[in-house]
Write a protein that binds this ligand. Sequence first.
Ligand code: PLP
Length: 276
Amino acid sequence: MKLWVNGGLHDEKAARVSVLDHGLTVGDGIFETVRAERGETFALTLHLERLTRSARGLGLPDPDLDEVRRACAAVLEANPVELGRLRITYTGGLSPLGSERGDTGTSLVVAVGPTARRPDTTKAITVPWTRNERGALTGLKTTSYAENVVALARAKEAGASEALFGNTVGRLCEGTGSNVFVVLDGRLHTPPVSSGCLAGITRALAVEWTGAEETDLPLDVLETAEEIFLTSTLRDVQAVHTVDGRALSAEPGPVTVKAMRVFEERAAADRDPKLG
Ligand code: PLP
């Protein structure tokens, strides 16, 4: 595989960033995962806008979006994949030990790997840990993902593919790598960004296209919701058939099916330039 590292393509084995890169030593970095199908990215503009927002939130210089676009195109051309995930990583760069960030610029790495289509339904669990809705990093897509790694491992142990968090005041928040939607009395709701969740690209499109309401909900709404689904770049809209051992319908429910359809149709229509 060929990767883009700081200005050019390199063979995977030869690609290097410093072992003192701030992204590695203190997790001072941000990232985006972008879906690519047969060389075409999906919603790249929205991902790049979020990359810039995350950089500003972390106090990193704005990424050079022309370079990021060139890097994505070059990596996709060099590594043809039917369905792939582009990973854009941007970090605080190399800093000699004991000094502050920024001495020698930033690092940009873009890679692509194949990915499988996700099944229509999945199992989720909740975890006892909380998302901090008022933290310095809240809403930023930083590389500080270790808590998600631990929660996802807990989910995998339970035979689930996602772990859902509440926030510090017991409200429903999000998954380790997805946003969550619930159906109550036939109406679709998703937690607001003020719950501490990431402003997911798929979430925003699903809200726009389905008319879902952004509603502050207690975590235990998962015990009574008629339907539950997850959204993310790699899941699109994915129904939850079981949460914490509570079985919902084995097949996606009617509101979820509608959301799946509308998402598929609108995404394929691709009329909106922001989806390019
Ligand atoms: N929440 C978290 C913590 C995530 O990491 C992600 C994606 O990786 C999402 C939500 C879903 O966001 P998107 O739809 O932009 O993939």
